[in-house]
Every structure is written in structure tokens, then in C-alpha cells.
Design a protein. Structure first.
Length: 200
């Protein structure tokens, strides 16, 4: 019974979480820009639930980015209180955003599951397409970030871009997305939710 309603509990939890973090964010304009893609993806999963129910593992994986990005939107990614990790790694920048990009790669798991359970292609093609899908989204998002930063300008543009002075930030973000996708596809390879009758 608990596993049956896992997606519902996850959705309600995020709804409350997003409202709480929408109160008095560090920069309202940055919060709006950051929360839009999160809400769009959240609504896609909610509105398509009755047509296609992913496995609980898929929902758990995609929700990590949703929660993570919402936190980043509240504080702005460069200013999330993540100092203890920065100190532990001996880094010069806040890596909260880099981990966020890694979790975007987890959507490859859901993509592979959807392709295979729908019977759109074979296993190898599903895995390959899911990886390339994430890589394409990662590249497109970096272009959108650049476009918004150039259009908005000022502090809001800089905070949204979140490069923290790293000229290779976009490339490192895309690498993080790709590594996250590879990790989730390895998990999918062993878990194979497309073969399970009980997807919960």
C-alpha cells in the first residue's frame, strides 16, 4: 500500500516544500527564472500519471533534481549554504550547482524506462538515446542560461548563470549531466524496471 502511493506522497511533499521555499527567496527574479522549468517538469509528471506510471525508483530519481533545483532557486545556486562540502573538497567554489547538474542525468533512467515499456525501440537504442537526450538537454540549458544572463544583465543575470568566475563552467556542467546520465543508466541496467510486472 505504501509503495502504491509513493508518487502521491512525493508530489504532496514537494508541493509543500516548494511553497515554503517560495517565501522570501534571496532574489525573487532569479527564483522565478529557476522555478519555471521545475514546475513545468513537475506538472508533466503529475498530468501524465494516469496515462503512464513510472516505477517508484524512476520517480525517486527524477524528484532529486526537482527538490535540489528548488533549493537552488531559493538561495541562488552560488549562495546555497553548502560551505561544509566546499571545505571538505578543498574547493574554491560552491559545488551545489554541479551536483544539481549531476542529478539532471537521472532523467535518463525514466527515459529508458518509458521507451522500453512503450516498445518504441530495443534495449541498446533506448540506452543510447537516453544518454544523448540528456546531453542535448544539458547543452540547450547552457544556451538558455547564457541567453537569460545576457538579456537580464546585472546581478540577476550573474546569479542565474552561476558560473562563479569559472570560464569552463558550462562545459563542466554538461559533463556533470552526462556523468549523472551514465550513472542512472548503469542503475537501470541492473534494475530493469521495464521487465517488472509490479513497477512499484
Amino acid at each position: 500500500m505504501t509503495s502504491k502511493y509513493f508518487p502521491h506522497v512525493l508530489a504532496v511533499t514537494y508541493f509543500i516544500f516548494s511553497i515554503a521555499l517560495g517565501i522570501n527567496p534571496v532574489a525573487r527574479d532569479v527564483w522565478v527564472a529557476e522555478i519555471i522549468p521545475v514546475i513545468v517538469i513537475f506538472l508533466i509528471f503529475v498530468l501524465t500519471f494516469n496515462k503512464f506510471r513510472f516505477s517508484n525508483l524512476a520517480y525517486a530519481l527524477v524528484s532529486i533534481w526537482i527538490f535540489w533545483h528548488t533549493i537552488g532557486g531559493h538561495y541562488t545556486f552560488a549562495n546555497v549554504p553548502f560551505g561544509w562540502v566546499t571545505e571538505m573538497l578543498g574547493a574554491e567554489r560552491n559545488h551545489f550547482d554541479r551536483i544539481g547538474h549531476f542529478t539532471i542525468g537521472f532523467y535518463a533512467f525514466a527515459m529508458a524506462e518509458w521507451l522500453l515499456r512503450k516498445g518504441y525501440c530495443g534495449f541498446k537504442l533506448a540506452m543510447t538515446f537516453s544518454l544523448f537526450f540528456i546531453m542535448s538537454v544539458a547543452a540547450a540549458y547552457e544556451i538558455i542560461e547564457w541567453w537569460y544572463a545576457a538579456l537580464e544583465g546585472g546581478d540577476a543575470g550573474v546569479e542565474f548563470l552561476g558560473s562563479q568566475g569559472d570560464i569552463w563552467d558550462a562545459q563542466k556542467d554538461m559533463l556533470s549531466d552526462t556523468l549523472g546520465a551514465i550513472t542512472s543508466l548503469l542503475l537501470f541496467y541492473f534494475y530493469r524496471t521495464d521487465k517488472k510486472r509490479d513497477i512499484s
